[in-house]
Design a protein around this ligand. Structure first.
Ligand code: UD1
Length: 363
């Protein structure tokens, strides 16, 4: 029986491994879940395992925060010991966080095949840590599972052999469909005191947006303009919370007015986004989730590694300048509340396709 080790490290990984665990179990394959510990706050980690019904990790490497170099090095050092003790037939990594790259590189150095789920996404922006993580992870992966056709094209251009690449759809959307009814039934908007369908949701955590006071101020001014139209709910990432305090933005009226809440659990966030009139975000995952839900979305970045969300028609790139945010928000608010056409393969069955392929490849 093939033994698969799944790596999870940071918040956006958890919703991606959930359907993979289920599909691996349904196929009767062996598996081990390794949590690197990159994210460790209950709200950023454990809560997701519980809500999504992911079994507890077999091991948590407890790596924690640090510089990116420290994070990568610590994950690699601790994973080497894990892989030597419990050597799998294949290591599955998801997404583009530091834990993803560190695990792929460790497995590769030990001669263990690596499968990368969500391969081939490229923003073209090499200043983003995630972009480097994607390029390097793809470069050393044995099997590359992609979620959109542009990704296949990117990999082809980088000289990656076509037979290693398989377009399977989007595992995060598997999780979305598996949980949508539960999320709607939880009615998170009621607990937050905002009217269903009549509020905006904001998330912000990219270093390029939140570590630069000028950009962060400019974005907050744009958000303040949306606040004049409707309530805005803003679950604040720990990094962003730190910057808001550091830059002294918390007390300034023209940069506030939104409802700040702690990071939300998966179901609350999904329910909230599904019933939002508008989402403003710099997250990759939310661009995809709003596309699957057909919710209007403004991406507070200059580029996206997920161009299919733009082609689908619900997502727009607006960058960080106040005027661009304000005018695009006004346009979207004047239009329909559900827009765009989700991609065909985002059908809730991506994990099944991956595991079917993996089972064949490892037998
Ligand atoms: C990481 C990922 C990013 C992903 C994001 C989602 C990388 C390079 N980046 O960024 O792609 O979109 O997760 O959340 O891997 N912190 C806590 N508690 C935690 C985790 C972090 O307080 O549980 C604080 C720490 O001060 C830490 C900071 O947040 O230094 C940043 O955490 P880190 O994991 O380095 O990167 P993220 O910004 O979360």
């Amino acid at each position: 029986m093939a033994m698969i080790t799944l790596i999870a490290g940071a918040r956006p990984n958890f919703m991606k491994i959930a359907p993979l665990v289920r599909a691996i179990d349904a196929a009767g394959l062996g598996r081990r879940i390794v949590h690197t510990g990159q994210h460790y706050d209950r709200k950023m980690s454990e809560a997701f395992f519980e809500e999504l019904g992911i079994p507890d990790p077999d091991v948590n490497l407890g790596v924690g925060s640090g510089s990116h170099v420290e994070q990568l090095a610590e994950v690699m050092r601790r994973l080497e010991a894990e892989f030597r003790t419990n050597r799998p037939d294949v290591v599955v990594v998801v997404g583009d966080v530091n834990s993803t790259l560190a695990a792929a590189l460790t497995a590769n150095k030990l001669g263990i095949p690596v499968a990368h789920v969500e391969a081939g996404l490229r923003s073209g922006d090499r200043t983003m840590p995630e972009e480097i993580n994607r390029i390097l992870t793809d470069g050393i992966s044995d099997w590359l599972y992609t979620s959109e056709p542009d990704a296949d094209e990117n990999l082809r251009k980088e000289g990656i052999a076509e037979e290693r690449v398989k377009l399977v759809g989007n595992v995060m959307i598997d999780t979305l469909f598996a949980n949508l009814e539960r999320a709607r039934a939880a009615k998170p908007w009621e607990r937050l005191g905002v009217p269903r369908g009549g509020y905006a949701v904001v998330t912000l955590h990219r270093p390029s947006n939140v570590d630069d006071p000028q950009r962060l101020e400019s974005i907050l001014r744009g958000i303040h303009d949306v606040v004049r139209e409707m309530p805005v709910v803003f679950p604040v990432h720990p990094r962003t919370l730190g910057r808001l305090k550091e830059f002294g933005f918390s007390g300034r009226e023209e940069l506030n007015g939104y409802t700040a809440v702690e990071p939300l659990g998966y179901l609350d966030m999904l329910g909230l986004v599904d019933s939002a009139r508008l989402v403003l975000t710099d997250s990759g995952g939310l661009q995809e989730e709003t596309t699957a839900l057909r919710v209007p979305c403004l991406t507070l970045r200059e580029n996206t590694e997920r161009p299919i969300t733009i082609e689908a028609g619900n997502n727009r790139l607006v960058g960080w300048r106040t005027e661009a945010i304000t005018s695009a928000a006004a346009e979207l608010l004047a239009g329909e509340s559900r827009i765009g056409t989700p991609p065909e393969l985002w059908d809730g069955r991506a994990a099944e396709r991956i595991v079917r392929h993996l089972a064949g490849a490892t037998s």
